[in-house]
Ligand binder design. Structure first.
Ligand code: AMP
Ligand code: ZN
Length: 111
């Protein structure tokens, strides 16, 4: 997608504070952190939201969760744990329409 902020970040056209990268996924610090650790995990492939996924995206969605697990472990928030948030659509608070998982951690999070 030409006019997508996270596609531009994935392509290296817009800088980010990268914490993880592999062939298909990228993770970087959220520009407006809501916790001591607040990282976004994105697929490099553009998919607007979970609402836009179909059967063909099942593999991508599974791998996105696996990348999230790896990033959390590399960041050291796997113990005592962390929160994963996936905002879906405007009603879910989604602002950037390129699917991304929020990892929040680094403290005991309030409910
Ligand atoms: P969401 O509301 O789930 O769409 O989350 C979008 C997130 O992207 C927000 O937490 C923003 O702070 C974050 N964000 C927006 N622009 C950037 C950017 N250039 N670099 C890093 N994070 C960003
Ligand atoms: Zn995109």
């Amino acid at each position: 997608m030409t006019d997508c902020l996270f596609c531009k970040i994935a392509a290296g056209e817009i800088p980010c504070n990268k914490v993880y990268e592999d062939e298909d996924f990228l993770a970087f610090n959220d520009i407006n952190p809501k916790a001591p650790v607040h990282v976004l995990v994105i697929p490099k492939h553009h998919l607007a939201s979970l609402n836009d996924a179909d059967e063909q995206d099942v593999g991508l969605l599974g791998l996105l969760m696996d990348a999230t697990r790896k990033v959390a472990r590399e960041l050291g928030v796997d113990n005592p744990g962390y929160r994963v948030i996936l905002n879906v659509g405007k009603g879910g608070g989604q602002e950037v329409f390129h699917i991304h998982v929020h990892i929040l951690g680094g403290k005991i999070l309030p409910f």
